[in-house]
Design a protein around this ligand. Structure first.
Ligand code: 4NP
Length: 167
């Protein structure tokens, strides 16, 4: 069976979306679902394409035992075919994704990460930490941890249970 694919999208793909990607991959692995749910990330902008995650985001991930990985890339129209859930970090990312979506079906794949956070107000952004202090990166990590847990619960509901193996 085809795995469910989740794409996290921010502006630069070096801070927020690689953090969400690492956190979600960790949660998926914890639940033994890594063969069923695949995770990736991208940026609406291409300025940092090819770069590793921002050192400040990587340092928070390492400190929390969830290392960040991958290289930045820009989101493409093909991503709307390749992914089932396209999850924006903020409302501007969501607007940019909506403008890029090639069809209504594609547009319906776009979500806002914090809409899945049990404690979060609807339509809330994951704040962009890039020009701020180190505490912003810890805050992004905490938001991602909480919201990804809620997102995974929703995704699991859309993933059929494993077929029962009979002897
Ligand atoms: P991200 O953060 O969208 O969370 O990866 C940013 C990264 C780079 C820039 C802005 C935000 N920038 O202006 O280069």
């Amino acid at each position: 069976m085809k795995p469910t694919r989740i794409l996290f999208v921010c502006l630069g793909n070096i801070c927020r979306s690689p953090t969400a990607e690492a956190v979600m991959r960790h949660l998926v692995k914890q639940r033994g679902l890594d063969d069923r749910i695949h995770v990736d990330s991208a940026g609406t902008g291409g300025w940092h394409a090819g770069n590793p995650p921002d050192a400040r985001s990587a340092s928070v991930g390492a400190k929390r035992g969830i290392p960040l990985s991958g290289k930045a890339r820009q989101v493409t129209t093909e991503d709307f075919d390749d992914f089932d859930f396209i999850v924006a970090m903020d409302r501007t990312n969501r607007d940019d994704l909506r403008a890029l979506a090639p069809s209504l079906a594609a547009r319906n794949k776009i979500h806002l990460l914090r809409d899945f956070s049990p404690a979060g107000a609807k339509d809330a952004d994951v704040p962009d930490p890039y020009y701020g202090g180190p505490q912003g990166f810890d805050q992004v990590f905490d938001i991602c941890l909480q919201a990804c847990d809620g997102l995974l619960a929703s995704v699991i509901q859309s993933v059929p249970p494993r077929a029962t193996v009979t002897p």
